[in-house]
Design a protein around this ligand. Structure first.
Ligand SMILES: C[C@H](CNC(=O)c1ccc(S(N)(=O)=O)cc1)Cn1ccc2ccccc21
Ligand SMILES: [Zn+2]
Length: 248
């Protein structure tokens, strides 16, 4: 069922998320390796924005940037956040051959060459790059635990906690393989301004870490509590898009 905000992008032709059909993806030998240089001191704070919990970065200079891959220039890291389910059987936004993961990490970057701010880049064609990383149930993730330990402090919507030094590279799988396609934001305003880079290999997190995500609330302090779970958008039609892979 689509709520009205899902229909608001009149005639959307490049909406996200999608189901990545491995056999329909096209290997592109011109795709370069993705280069990631994050400066841990650009990490500012964590906050609960009522959709997810989000870690914000200082994007006033080219300190935490990505380049290479399908990109023509460098992009600045603005924030990262997650999407997850109420149970381990679902939660990710993208799927791979209809396989769904319990959660998905999104690292959101904007193009400082064609835009003067993140807010402006949201409206620009290819103004944004989002790296998607799947989370699967498995071993404890030591790097994630620093984030998880801060979650009780941002249990309610619009709460915030300082988060000084964190290197999001620790959340990246070591495998360099990725898919890439042209898409959109998966929450309003659903603008079609995103070059998606979806890592092929998931990272492993343990049950306790996933359950900490599910202890967050959509609701503000004082309101009737609604657990923050199932904050993913339904699959969108591929339409006439091709998903390219960086690997054979
Ligand atoms: C979009 C912005 C809030 N949304 C996002 O920044 C965002 C980023 C990534 C994703 S995802 N899940 O696709 O990675 C989704 C949403 C607020 N905002 C700032 C300016 C602005 C102008 C109009 C409407 C909202 C506006
Ligand atoms: Zn997201």
């Amino acid at each position: 069922k689509k709520n009205n905000s899902e229909l608001s992008v009149s005639g959307g032709t490049r909406q996200s998320p999608i189901n990545i059909q491995w056999r329909d993806s096209v290997y592109d030998p011109h795709l370069k390796p993705l280069k990631i240089h994050y400066d841990p001191t650009t990490c500012l704070y964590i906050w609960n924005n009522g959709y997810s919990f989000q870690v914000e970065f200082d994007d006033s200079a080219d300190k935490s940037v990505i380049m290479g891959g399908p990109l023509e220039n460098h992009y600045r890291l603005k924030q990262f956040h997650f999407h997850w389910g109420a149970i381990n059987e679902w939660g990710s936004e993208h799927m791979v051959d209809s396989k769904v993961y319990p959660a998905e990490l999104h690292l959101v970057h904007w193009n400082p060459v064609t835009s003067t701010s993140f807010e402006e880049a949201i409206m620009e064609n290819n103004g944004l790059v989002v790296i998607g990383v799947f989370l699967k149930l498995g071993a404890h993730h030591a790097g994630l635990q620093k984030l998880v330990d801060a979650l009780p402090a941002v249990k309610h919507k619009d709460t915030i906690v300082e988060f000084d030094v964190f290197d999001p590279s620790c959340l990246m799988p070591s495998c360099p393989d990725y898919w890439t396609y042209d898409g959109s934001l998966t929450t309003p305003p659903l603008t079609e301004s995103v070059t998606w880079i979806i890592k092929k290999t998931p990272i492993e997190v343990d049950q306790n870490q996933l359950e900490e995500f599910r202890m967050l609330l959509f609701t503000s302090a004082g309101e009737e509590e609604k657990r923050m779970v199932d904050n993913f958008r339904p699959l969108q039609p591929l339409m006439n898009r091709t998903v390219r892979s960086s690997f054979r």
